[in-house]
Every structure is written in structure tokens, then in C-alpha cells.
Design a protein around this ligand. Structure first.
Ligand code: NIG
Ligand code: FE
Length: 420
């Protein structure tokens, strides 16, 4: 049955006067149209019509009417970077950090990613799926209607496959659109004894061909960082991924600038994620990648402010990135070690409070620009006729800025996924 939500205080289109574009960059992130006193109609899971109440068509019989007085409709949030499959939390490591240990020290002594990896080995697919489904449901309550989920705590063919098959099962059990990313190159398993090249061979000759064949992967990813994997390893990974038409998303510049960003750009990454440590050179190179004559798919920068908060590291220079006329996306990074929260409403607040984005820019970063980071910009992330009806109906609010202003609060009344 067709649904109409009417008398809305505002409808956030995330487009300027219906103009078509793939993402919002620079000034346009703050300059999209908010329709006041609005309605929206949903039919067969898609956006059927929307506009100002003054142009609202006659109500037909057989139409469900939802009263929207005082509320806003936004495109539902899209989380383009999560590590949501994991066994136990790592609050013990958090406790150690609060007693003075550092993230790096904990990782070097076998904690961190390797700690989560041991737990994946000893968990069943059923256990991992149950906890994943709970996390996906939790993220829906804070507005997330589509998300990417990475492997990367398996680190052997058997355990990586376990993680990817859990993601595949989740895809068929929830209405949220899910993308699955193979992050085998997340940390070097101890048995490789420092031999990264040998592990990269296992990834490229065994894991990727098998997993791609089974339809388990949408993207590949790599943690390109001092003591983890190098830009050369990224080249090796992409050489294989290209044969299977698997685009790259990359963890770069989280703790240091070692050429990961440049390697990701060269390998035509669909997104470059983290970017907490950016040199002037890095800024120049990412700006160059957005010059119009280059390849049409751009490596959109993705900031992960939850990770900056949790690890107490710098925030991605989002203000500077937007001021240089680039787009910025924001994701949760939800994982047990560096960002144990999937709450994109909170990320929106952090984007404003800590990265100095405006409320409208922050919303663009977790909707339309996040859709672009996943290649889903034609299906979701903004409001237009024929787009998926993935929508957030807020509680009654004084204005849109109240959402990021009231950090840590949940101002969402309902999240619609495909109109439901
Ligand atoms: O994106 N940086 C690499 N990976 C995760 C953290 C992984 C962990 O500590 O478990 C991240 O922050
Ligand atoms: Fe991550």
C-alpha cells in the first residue's frame, strides 16, 4: 500500500533543486535543498513523489497516511566502512589503555587485531552470525539502512572464509543492503614470522581466487601502515583483485604517511579511508586525483571520527578536504579495537564538533557521499523519484542542526528500509 508522510517540518533532499550529480563536493555539501512543509510518498519500496505540501496531490483511498508534524525526513544513513563481524569485545584492552598502555604496545604484545583473530578461530559461524545480526539491528536504530562489512579478523583461508560466509548469510537475512569486503591483509599472522610477502602470496594465489569464485567478495581492502602492509603490498593485492574485477577500498594514513594514499589512488581505489595523518603532499595528491580529466570513478576520502575519538588520535582534516573542493564521506569503522560503535548519528556530531563541518555537510557525508564510496549513488543516499525508500523520520525537532547538536542522543523515530 502506498504510504504518504505529510506535514513534515522539512525534507532533506541532499540535492540542489533536483540537479543530478554523483556526490556533493566543496560548497555543495552545505548547499542542498531542504524543502519546508513537505510530504513524501513511498510506493513498492521506492520514493514515488515528494515536494511541498502546497503541491501535494489529493489523498487517494488505499493510502496509509503518516503524520509528520514537527519532524524531518532524511535519506537513511549509509555506513561505508565497518568491521562488524567479530566475536568478543576488547574492553579489556580499553581498560589497559586507560591505565597507560598504547594501542601500538597492545598490538605488539599479541593483542589488537591478532587478539580478535584468535577469537574468530574459536567461534562458530552460527555464533558470529547471531552477534552480527544484533549489531546490524542496533545500527538500524541509529539510522543505518545500508552498510559495508569487512573480513580481516580471520587471517587464514579457513577463518577469512568463515567471516565472509557469515556476511553472505546476513545479506540474505536482513533488508539492509550489505557489501562485503575482503580484508585479509589486515595484520600479519604470527606463523608467517615477519614474512609479509609469503602471506601476500597466500592471499593472492589462494584466498582471493577461491572467495571471488564463491561470490563472497564485493571489494578488497588492505591496512597500509607502518608495521602492517606497504604500498608495494597494495600493488600486489590489486594486481590480483583486478583480474577478478574487485575494486579497492584502502585503510591509509591512519597513524603515518607512508605512500599508502598515493598507492590507493594509483590503483583506482573507490575510497581512501582514515586519513588522520595527512601531509601537504598527501593533500595535493588527493586533490589531483579529483581533476576532471582523470578516471571517472574518484577515490572519495572517508573519515572515521569514532576511531579518532576512541584512540585519541587526530581527526581527519575534513574541513580542509571540503574547503579544497573535494567530497568527504564519513563512516563508523565499527570494530572491537578502535571504534566500538556503529552510531552514525554520533559520527555526525563528531564531524561538526571536532572536524568543524556544518550540520548539512555532516549529513551529506553519511548519506549521499557514503553511497558514492560504495558505488550506490544511483540507488540511495539522496531523495529523488525512483530512489530506494531508505529514509529516516526524526522525532519532532526545532531544526536539523539539533541532530548533531545533541550528541549521543537518538533523535530518530523510525528508519524505513525499502519503504518498510
Ligand atoms: O580501521 N586500522 C585497522 N583496522 C581497524 C582497527 C582494527 C582493530 O583494532 O581491531 C581500523 O581502525
Ligand atoms: Fe577500519
Amino acid at each position: 500500500m502506498r504510504k504518504r508522510i505529510e506535514n513534515l517540518k522539512g525534507l532533506a533532499t541532499l540535492r540542489k533543486n533536483d540537479k543530478n550529480c554523483d556526490f556533493l563536493a566543496g560548497n555543495s555539501m552545505d548547499d542542498w535543498t531542504m524543502i519546508p512543509d513537505a510530504f513524501i510518498e513511498i510506493d513498492a519500496g521506492l520514493i514515488h513523489d515528494f515536494g511541498s505540501m502546497s503541491s501535494c496531490p489529493q489523498e487517494s483511498s488505499n493510502m496509509e497516511i503518516i503524520e509528520g508534524t514537527g519532524r524531518f525526513i532524511l535519506p537513511a544513513f549509509i555506513d561505508s566502512h565497518t568491521h562488524m563481524v567479530y566475536a568478543n569485545d576488547r574492553s579489556d584492552e580499553f581498560n589497559m589503555r586507560m591505565h597507560g598502555s598504547t594501542y601500538k604496545e597492545i598490538a605488539a604484545s599479541g593483542g589488537g587485531i591478532l587478539n580478535s583473530s584468535k577469537q574468530i578461530t574459536s567461534s562458530t559461524e552460527g555464533q558470529l552470525l547471531d552477534s552480527l545480526l544484533e549489531r546490524i539491528e542496533k545500527s538500524r536504530k541509529t539510522g543505518t539502512a545500508a552498510l559495508e562489512i569487512k573480513s580481516g579478523y580471520g587471517l587464514t583461508a579457513h577463518s577469512e572464509r568463515k567471516m565472509l560466509s557469515v556476511i553472505k548469510k546476513a545479506k540474505s537475512q536482513v533488508p539492509q543492503k550489505i557489501w562485503s569486503t575482503f580484508l585479509g591483509a589486515h595484520a600479519l599472522p604470527l606463523i608467517y614470522n615477519g614474512n609479509h610477502d609469503a602471506y601476500m602470496e597466500e592471499i593472492c594465489n589462494n584466498m582471493i581466487p577461491k572467495f571471488a569464485d564463491e561470490g563472497l567478495i564485493d571489494f578488497v581492502d588492505i591496512f597500509c601502515e607502518t608495521n602492517y602492509f606497504s604500498p608495494k603490498h597494495m600493488d600486489v593485492l590489486c594486481n590480483t583483485a583486478n583480474k577478478f574485477n574487485l575494486p579497492l577500498k584502502a585503510h591509509v594514513n591512519q597513524f603515518s604517511s607512508i605512500g599508502g594514499l598515493q598507492a590507493a589512488i594509483k590503483n583506482e581505489a573507490w575510497s581512501v579511508d582514515h586519513l588522520e595523518f595527512m601531509t601537504e603532499r598527501d593533500h595535493q595528491d588527493i586533490n589531483k586525483a579529483f581533476e576532471p580529466n582523470l578516471s571517472p570513478r574518484k577515490p572519495i576520502p572517508v573519515a572515521l571520527p569514532g576511531c579518532s575519538l576512541f584512540l585519541d588520535i587526530p581527526y581527519t582534516p575534513g574541513r580542509k578536504i571540503i574547503d579544497s573542493n573535494l567530497p568527504l564521506a564519513i563512516a563508523s569503522d565499527c570494530n572491537p579495537g578502535s571504534a566500538p560503535s556503529s552510531n552514525l548519528s554520533l559520527c555526525w556530531s563528531l564531524a561538526c564538533h571536532k572536524m568543524k563541518l556544518t550540520p548539512k555537510e555532516g549529513l551529506a557525508a553519511i548519506t549521499t557521499n557514503a553511497a558514492y564510496a560504495l558505488g550506490a549513488e544511483k540507488q540511495m543516499g539522496h531523495i529523488a523519484k525512483g530512489m530506494k525508500a531508505n529514509l529516516i523520520l526524526t522525532k519532532p525537532l526545532s531544526n536539523l542542526a539539533f541532530m548533531p547538536y545533541s550528541f549521543g542522543e537518538n533523535n530518530i523515530e523510525s528508519t524505513f528500509i525499502h519503504g518498510k
